[in-house]
Design a protein around this ligand. Sequence first.
Ligand SMILES: C[S@@+](CC[C@H](N)C(=O)[O-])C[C@H]1O[C@@H](n2cnc3c(N)ncnc32)[C@H](O)[C@@H]1O
Length: 359
Amino acid sequence: MDYNLKKKQDLIKLCKEKNINNFSNKSKMELIELLEKNNSEEYLDLNDIINKVFNTECIEIMKKIPSNSIDMVCTDPPYFLDGLGNNWNKDTIDNKGSSSLVGNLPKGMKFDRKQSKKFYEFYSKVSHEIYRIIKPGGAFISFSSPRLYHSMTMAVEDAGFEIRDMLGWIYTQSQVKAFSQNHIIDKDKLLTDDEKTKLKELCNNWKTPQLKPAIEPMCLAVKPIEKRYIDNFQKYGTGLMNTSDETKTGDGYFPSNIVTTEEIDETLDKVFLVSKPTKIEKKIYNTHLSVKPVNLISHLIKLFTKEDAIILDPFIGSGTTAIACINSNRKYIGFDINKEYIDISEKRIKDIIDLQTSS
Ligand SMILES: C[S@@+](CC[C@H](N)C(=O)[O-])C[C@H]1O[C@@H](n2cnc3c(N)ncnc32)[C@H](O)[C@@H]1O
C-alpha cells in the first residue's frame, strides 16, 4: 500500500485499525513511518540487498524495499517496446529476423506508434514504486531517448515527483539514423524504371527526419522535501546539491545541466567536461549495447548524495552504476531482468574490487 497517496485522517484510521499506539499529534510523514514500521515484516532487510546485483524484474522486487529508504535512484531504462517489462527476452530479440530492424536501430529496438504510450504506462509503474521507496528530497535521475523524454517525464511527474531539470549528456561519436528513400522506391512494383529514376532524383539528399544524435536527455526529479531544505537534509541527508570541488566540471566550473565525457572543443570542455572514461573501463567481455561512462554516473551520484548513501539502479545492465558507487564510496543495489548482464555486472564489480585491494 502506498501511504503517501492517503489523506492524514485515513492514515490515523489505519493506525487505529492496526492497534498502533502513539499516533496522536503526529505529522503525516510520522504516521507513514509508524505504519511502515508496523509492516516491516513484509519488507526485505536492506542489509541483505546492499552492494549486490540481482537477476530479477525490478517492479515486483521494489515492492519489497522499505519506504523512504533509498537516497537516490540513477537509471537508464529500456526505451523500446521489445525491451519493456516482463516480456523482455534477449534470446527472442536476438532471434528476430531483419523485420525487427528499423533504420540503423539494432534488433529489438523499434519505434512504432504505441511506443510513447506503452513507455508511459511502464514507467508509471516503475516511478510509482520508486516514489515510495526513495527518501524525501531524494533525487531520481533517469536517462532517456529524445523521442521518449516527454512520456518518461510525465510518468515520473504523475507518480508524485517534482521535475527539477533536464540534463543533457552530449557526445560526438554516434551513428546517423536517418535513411534515404531509395530502397522503398526500388521495391515499389507500381513504378516503371524511368519513374523510379525520376523519383530518386526528386528525393536525392532527402532523408527521414532524424538528426544525428548528439544529446541524451536525463530527467532530474526529486521527491518533495519534508518541511524546509535544512530540516530535510538534517533528517535524511537528501534534498540539497553538493557543489564542493568533487562535482566541479572542466576547469573548476559550477556543475551545469550539460555534461560531456569526451573532449569536444576547448571552450566547451572548460565548462562541461567530467573526466574522460578510461579505455579499459568497459571491459572486453561487456556485450551490453548501451553502456554508460562510469565517470558520468559518478558525477551524478556525487552531486545528489553523500558518501555511504544507498543508490538504486533498477535497470543496471552491465553494472555501470555499481562501479560508479564503488569508486565514489556509495552503496548500490542493482536489478536486471537479463542474466547475461548480471553476470557481466558481477565480473566488473569483482574486477574493480580486486584492483582496489591490490593497489
Ligand atoms: C539501457 S540498459 C542499461 C545499461 C546500463 N546503464 C549500463 O551501463 O550497462 C537497460 C537494461 O534494463 C534491463 N531491463 C529491461 N526490462 C527490465 C525490467 N522489467 N526489470 C529489470 N531490468 C530490465 C535490460 O536487460 C537492460 O540491461
